[in-house]
Design a protein around this ligand. Structure first.
Ligand code: SF4
Length: 281
């Protein structure tokens, strides 16, 4: 095996919103002994399992949570309906939503208050998108340019964007909507940690022979980083951990770039880097 130069993206590991949510969950587990978590607090199996050891139990339905158990709401927001059901049941709510996601909720309501048809650019069914959609009465969710092409003409609309969208997708949707909407306001709600990660992935994918993205296949932002890398460099791979690394990816290659999704623990990135480093020994 040849010698490999390895460059790790400046921003890897948890973004501040995920780090904050995990800290909140950890403290809640330590203080209360038993705490409920509605769904996975972040899209990473390892993090969720670590929290379980601290007494944080995952529930899929708010109705099944015992009334004496505080409930943690996840980093990417919770629908208005679930908030109401939790209140109706008298549950103690510990909100771990990222402040930047809350800003998107505010932006959605602002656009609606201006009398605009609110259009959300995002993945239908994703927790964050559902939470945003629940803030307003009649949202349209658009995942891609094809969805945008199908829309009827609209007089007055406003766009908000799932925090982890990549700007190429948003650009193509907005370009299509320009011809459909006479009065269009866009609030760019792609969060800064996501923008930084995406631009670093673009740069690394361009400047390295191989690109490795570390993170869970259930994480939307990790999958998006992988897709960005693949469009620039076909030798791009997503791995969940060191066991997924395949030595043949690096045969006759000189350089590798490494990035990771916002919900990937630092130590997994370190282990993947060590495994790749060991290949060139
Ligand atoms: S990806 Fe952005 S919006 Fe989502 S938790 Fe992280 S910082 Fe917050």
């Amino acid at each position: 095996m040849n010698s490999l130069s390895i460059t790790i993206a400046k921003d890897v590991g948890f973004c501040f919103g995920v780090r904050r949510a995990i800290d909140i969950a950890r403290k809640a587990g330590e203080q209360n002994g038993k705490v409920a978590m509605l769904g996975d607090i972040v899209h990473n199996e390892r993090v969720v399992n670590d929290l379980k050891e601290l007494g944080v139990t995952v529930f899929e339905d708010i109705e099944n949570i015992p009334v004496n158990m505080p409930v943690i709401f996840r980093s990417h927001g919770t629908t208005a309906e679930v908030w109401q059901r939790a209140r109706n049941r008298g549950l103690t709510i510990i909100d771990a939503a990222c402040p930047l996601v809350n800003e998107i909720h505010v932006a959605a309501r602002e656009l609606e208050a201006e009398g605009r048809q609110v259009i959300i650019i995002g993945d239908p069914g994703h927790d964050e998108v559902e939470g945003i959609a629940s803030q307003i009465s009649n949202p349209i969710i658009i995942a891609n340019e094809q969805d945008a092409e199908k829309l009827q003409k609209i007089r007055k609309a406003g766009i908000i964007i799932q925090s982890t969208q990549f700007h190429e997708n948003v650009n193509s949707i907005v370009s299509a909507l320009i011809f459909k909407v006479s009065d269009l306001r866009i609030i760019n709600t792609i969060c800064k940690p996501t923008r930084n990660r995406q631009s670093q992935v673009r740069e690394l994918a361009e400047n390295n022979d191989v690109m490795v993205i570390v993170g869970s296949f259930t994480s939307a932002n990790t999958k998006r980083l992988t897709s960005i890398a693949k469009t620039i460099n076909p030798n791009s791979y997503q791995v969940q951990g060191p066991a997924d690394i395949q030595p043949e990816w690096f045969m006759n290659m000189k350089s590798v770039g490494i990035s990771a999704g916002a919900s990937t623990p630092d130590e997994i990135v370190v282990k993947v880097t060590e495994k790749i480093g060991a290949l060139s020994l």
